[in-house]
Write a protein that binds this ligand. Structure first.
Ligand SMILES: NC(=O)c1ccc[n+]([C@@H]2O[C@H](COP(=O)([O-])OP(=O)(O)OC[C@H]3O[C@@H](n4cnc5c(N)ncnc54)[C@H](O)[C@@H]3O)[C@@H](O)[C@H]2O)c1
Ligand SMILES: O=C(O)C[C@H](O)C(=O)O
Length: 344
């Protein structure tokens, strides 16, 4: 789903029998339960709204440690297909998760100016670990969309929790890196002076600083931008999160653009589950594309989650350099997550 998503959702949401963008008749769409963990937060609330507008969702389950009754009551008044239920407190996690096809996790603390995403590890690692234990118990077959930072570590934590529970399926675990793609598209369109709705830019690696590697050499429509512009675009994409953190000046990090990106990725997962062909998005998944065990690249989504992890394609010399540069940091963030999950 591209930048036409909101227009498409708004058009389709009030009439479940209308045909969606890829020609899927939503009136005949299967029942799909989506659970959002951290639904009362800065990302959780607008993401709940966007998922309520998605005609592929039949049941929307909103979970948080506080505040969900209000968010659920509010969102539930929107006259779209899904039935909305709010759940609050750990004792209700099971009910929130039971039967979920897709679980989206934006639970945890966001950055303040001067912090790295890794500075969130100490708090968010524990939150993610306990939520994933719940997923293993109550909806082991769900596709998990991990938004909580540091994604480079929280995805490996989730994998270890699922392995310990005996429920791990690498096809069902995704780190959401869609916001990097959204940013790369926006910034590229501005410099290339092309219609942003037509732009595609793969972003590979991970989701923190230099581990975010946009492949502008593969951007379409092609624009042959000078090298110094590509360098600046790459840096801006890598620092996009920090740009928002600084602009919000202590009031958190990206929430609205993240909700948009999270909704695009969850929609792609639902389309894949429903058998829509050729659904491709970038995501941080278990991978053999490089020597690292997890890596973000283009992924084809299908009825079981990851259908195929696509290769990187041909890289410019600048991108090859960026790829080598990102590996040590990404490797140590992955190892930190694995170690945490196995020691705690
Ligand atoms: N992947 C990305 O591209 C991306 C983009 C933006 C933000 N993030 C990350 O998303 C996370 C959330 O950001 P935010 O701005 O929404 O923060 P927020 O503080 O506004 O909201 C987080 C929510 O999580 C809830 N929460 C905390 N512990 C919980 C638990 N155990 N179970 C359920 N809910 C729990 C809180 O009550 C709160 O409502 C942060 O870690 C942030 O860094 C990731
Ligand atoms: O930058 C952050 O801390 C939040 C998020 O990862 C982002 O990229 O906006």
């Amino acid at each position: 789903m591209r930048s036409s998503m909101l227009r498409s959702l708004l058009r389709n949401s009030s009439d479940a029998s209308r045909v969606t963008r890829r020609g899927f008749a939503s009136g005949s769409a299967p029942e799909r339960k989506v659970a959002i963990l951290g639904a009362a937060g800065g990302i959780g609330q607008p993401l709940s709204l966007l998922m309520k507008l998605n005609p592929l969702v039949s049941h929307l389950s909103l979970f948080d440690i506080a505040g969900t009754p209000g968010v659920a009551a509010d969102v539930s008044h929107i006259n779209t297909r899904s039935e909305v239920v709010g759940f609050m407190g750990d004792e209700n996690l099971g009910k929130a998760l039971e039967g979920a096809d897709v679980v989206i996790i934006p639970a945890g603390v966001p950055r303040k100016p001067g912090m790295t995403r890794d500075d969130l590890f100490n708090i968010n690692a524990g939150i993610v670990k306990s939520l994933c234990a719940g997923i293993a118990k109550y909806c082991p077959n769900a596709l998990v969309n991990m938004i909580s930072n540091p994604v480079n570590s929280t995805v490996p934590i989730a994998a270890e929790v699922f392995k310990k529970a005996g429920t791990y399926d690498e096809k069902r675990l995704f780190g959401v890196t869609t916001l990097d793609v959204v940013r790369a598209k926006t910034f590229y369109a501005g410099k290339a002076n092309v219609n942003v709705a037509e732009v595609n830019v793969p972003v590979i690696g991970g989701h923190a600083g230099v581990t975010i590697l946009p492949l502008f050499s593969q951007a379409t429509p092609q624009a042959n931008l000078p090298h110094d512009v590509i360098v600046a675009l790459t840096k801006r994409t890598q620092d996009g999160g920090t740009e928002v953190v600084e602009a919000k000046a202590g009031k958190g990090s990206a929430t609205l653009s993240m909700a948009y990106a999270g909704a695009i990725f969850a929609d792609a997962c639902l389309k894949g589950l429903n058998g829509v062909p050729d659904v491709v998005e970038c995501s941080f998944v278990q991978s053999t594309v490089t020597e690292l065990p997890f890596f973000a690249s283009k992924v084809r989504l299908g009825k079981n989650g990851v259908e195929e992890v696509l290769g990187l394609g041909s890289l410019s010399d600048f991108e090859k350099e960026g790829l080598e540069k990102l590996k040590p940091e990404l490797k140590s963030s992955i190892e930190k997550g694995i170690q945490f999950a196995n020691q705690n």
